[in-house]
Design a protein around this ligand. Structure first.
Ligand code: ZN
Length: 134
């Protein structure tokens, strides 16, 4: 159903500030992107097949701003790669897991994404991600 970890989403106050740390680990910035629908700026840092996805709020109404206000900076979500995300979300719901996104929506990198409800995933916000390989 899921075949690998796509990325780990980390909420930060400032991508520029956080990059100072990640550069010390030897990681490089691949790209940044604004995702208007989620009011976030996203930065991707490849690590092998996985990416670190830094998330910076572009508005106080962003879920990332609310997350940081409540919990501080830190791991926000884990994203698993999958194919046919529309069918996968439906199957997961049929298995009794509540979804935040019943239908996939557009995320960064042109990926189709859907979040599962953390009450049903032992406290981890899980994203399914159907990557667009272009
Ligand atoms: Zn993500």
């Amino acid at each position: 159903m899921v075949n690998k970890i796509s990325h780990i989403g980390i909420a930060v106050h400032s991508i520029d500030e956080a990059m100072k740390f990640y550069q010390k680990l030897g990681l490089e910035l691949e790209a940044t992107e604004i995702v208007e629908s989620q009011k976030v700026k996203v930065a991707f840092l490849p690590v092998g097949e996985v990416r670190i996805e830094l998330l910076e709020a572009t508005s106080e109404h962003s879920t990332i701003a609310k997350f940081i206000a409540k919990k501080g900076e830190g791991i926000h979500h884990i994203a698993f790669s999958t194919d046919n995300i529309r069918d996968r979300l439906k199957e997961i719901e049929e298995k009794g897991i509540r979804l935040i996104d019943k239908l996939p929506r557009l995320g960064a990198h042109g990926a189709n994404i859907g979040f599962l409800h953390p009450k049903f995933t032992h406290g981890v916000l899980v994203e399914l991600c159907e990557e667009n390989d272009n």
